[in-house]
Ligand binder design. Structure first.
Ligand SMILES: CC(=O)SCCNC(=O)CCNC(=O)[C@H](O)C(C)(C)COP(=O)(O)OP(=O)(O)OC[C@H]1O[C@@H](n2cnc3c(N)ncnc32)[C@H](O)[C@@H]1OP(=O)(O)O
Ligand SMILES: O=C([O-])CC(=O)C(=O)O
Length: 459
């Protein structure tokens, strides 16, 4: 009987929700012509596709085009951390046969490359902070698991506020202490969050490995997420490279900008970084790496022969026409708001992906990604004309690389966040130090003035 009543309520609730959704759709749609009429910079983008200038930063520089006569001239993308080309950073630590992520985090936070001693001190600080507060794992992570590790991460960050004796102090020294703790703890939170997820929802055995001192961020992630703690040198180096490439991307990317916006109100570090995680989770931003994986699985299911370029191209066209996959019309892992001809991170990851594909006998799989990249560029030229230049972004090959490392897909976006938290913290400190004004742009109201009608007179 109770079941029947619930069923009835379900139908009733659904009907109410449908009615309310129709109302919300009807009454929230702004006439598209108004945007043009009031010269609104939608997405904070100028007519020529460049971003509206809203701030200055000394942390990361993202260069994807040359501006000539107010027009974007495509170029190969370049990325700089504190003025140093990412390619030189990667070559630098790889030549010295050591991990690069901690050095990059130091560079982003403090604006200079660390000396040997400074790096050692910084690594010690991270090691001292990697453990989660007492009972946090039991009470926060294992008791309340989430199917989505980004959601788990976001909630864990907010709970860390209650474990901090000085959470609201936004002096640089205190924010720095909080930043170092967050950078150190992200690997632990995502690893345990993943264990809680697989144990609770996928019926897998539960294991919790404590973080290990002296092995750094990438190795700790592999160490904590694997039952036997084992990983190879290549795996650790590859994950470290991915972390370095995801650590920072200027002030305008959605999650860094969210950090600036939220920090500008004077709020605490946990609120600002939780907001950034929420932003990165979105499918058009960091969440694209999971979508790439889903898209690849969908393509494999629906294209009878993935090596048949014609069939693959037809299917990609269907995706663009919103007829296939999730019907949103996007080919995930392709396109960028700044980069045109290439994303330097995608170029570096593609090289690594090919190397791993050869090693793991997965060249056919690699070729599928490569063909998607090449065919999307071709399709864009055919549909939008020669002037629209698109290329693979960091999210296209990162998932493939993680797949080769046997890293589960639930961790793809959390790994992005684990790398990017260094960039977010650097941007938060820059906002606090340099740009104390609250961010408050304008929205023009286009509503008609209405009268309040008493409840008994409404129809
Ligand atoms: C870490 C990162 O955040 S990297 C980006 C990860 N995101 C993705 O991979 C999702 C797929 N890509 C996209 O959605 C977009 O390329 C974005 C969100 C990254 C950038 O979007 P925008 O800045 O609007 O790109 P841009 O202005 O260059 O787009 C031009 C046109 O191409 C379309 N377009 C851009 N990328 C794609 C794509 N991957 N698939 C289909 N169409 C696309 C845009 O919708 C736009 O169409 P319109 O002119 O008809 O409105
Ligand atoms: O810059 C952007 O808009 C998105 C991006 O690639 C990143 O944040 O890594």
């Amino acid at each position: 009987m109770i079941k029947e009543v619930n069923k009835f309520n379900e139908h009733k609730d659904n009907a109410i929700l449908e009615f309310l959704a129709d109302l919300a759709l009807k009454n929230n749609l702004i006439n598209p012509e108004f945007y043009e009429m009031y010269n609104v910079k939608r997405g904070l983008r100028n007519k020529n596709g460049t971003g509206v200038l809203v701030g200055l930063t000394d942390i990361g520089s993202v260069e994807g085009y040359i501006l000539k006569d107010n027009k974007k001239i495509p170029m190969d993308g370049q990325l700089f951390y504190r003025g140093i080309n990412i390619k030189d950073i990667v070559t630098g630590f790889q030549n010295e046969n050591r991990p690069g992520y901690e050095e990059v985090a130091y560079l982003l936070l403090f604006g200079k490359l660390p000396t040997k001693n400074e790096l050692a001190d910084f690594n010690n600080l991270l090691d001292e902070s990697r453990h989660l507060p007492h009972s946090f794992t039991e009470n926060m992570i294992l008791k309340i698991p989430s199917k989505n590790i980004m959601n788990k991460l976001q909630r864990s960050i907010l709970v860390l506020y209650s474990h901090d004796e000085n959470p609201d102090d936004i002096s640089v020294k205190n924010v720095l202490r909080q930043s170092i703790e967050l950078i150190a703890r992200f690997p632990t939170i995502i690893s345990y969050g993943y264990q809680a997820k697989t144990h609770n929802f996928d019926n897998k055995s539960l294991f919790i490995h404590s973080p290990k001192a002296g092995i750094g961020t990438a190795e700790n992630i592999l160490y904590m997420t694997r039952a036997n703690n084992q990983y190879t040198k290549t795996e650790a180096e590859t994950l470290d490279l991915a972390l370095v490439l995801h650590a920072e991307h200027g002030g305008g990317n959605n999650s860094a900008f969210a950090t600036h916006v939220v920090s500008s109100s004077g709020t605490d570090t946990y609120s600002a970084i939780a907001a950034a995680v929420g932003s990165l989770k979105g499918h058009k931003h960091g969440g694209a790496n999971i979508m790439v994986r889903e898209m690849i699985l969908d393509i494999k299911e629906n294209v009878s022969n993935i090596n048949d370029i014609g069939k693959l191209k037809d299917y990609l066209l269907k995706i663009l026409r919103k007829e296939a996959f999730n019907k949103e019309g996007l080919i995930y892992g392709m396109g960028h708001a700044v980069y045109t001809k290439s994303d330097p991170r995608a170029v570096l990851l593609k090289d690594k992906a090919f190397e791993l594909a050869v090693e793991k006998d997965a060249v056919d799989e690699f070729n599928l990604y490569k063909n998607i990249e090449e065919l999307t560029i071709e399709l864009f030229k055919e549909i939008k004309g020669e002037n629209v230049v698109i290329s693979a972004n960091v999210d296209l090959y990162s998932g493939f690389v993680y797949e080769m490392l046997n890293i589960p897909k639930e961790l793809y976006t959390p790994l992005f966040a684990t790398a990017r938290v260094a960039g977010w913290c650097a941007h938060r400190i820059e906002q606090i130090v340099s740009d104390q004004k609250i961010i408050r742009p304008a929205y023009k109201s286009v509503s008609h003035k209405n009268e309040y009608i008493p409840l008994c007179e409404r129809k």
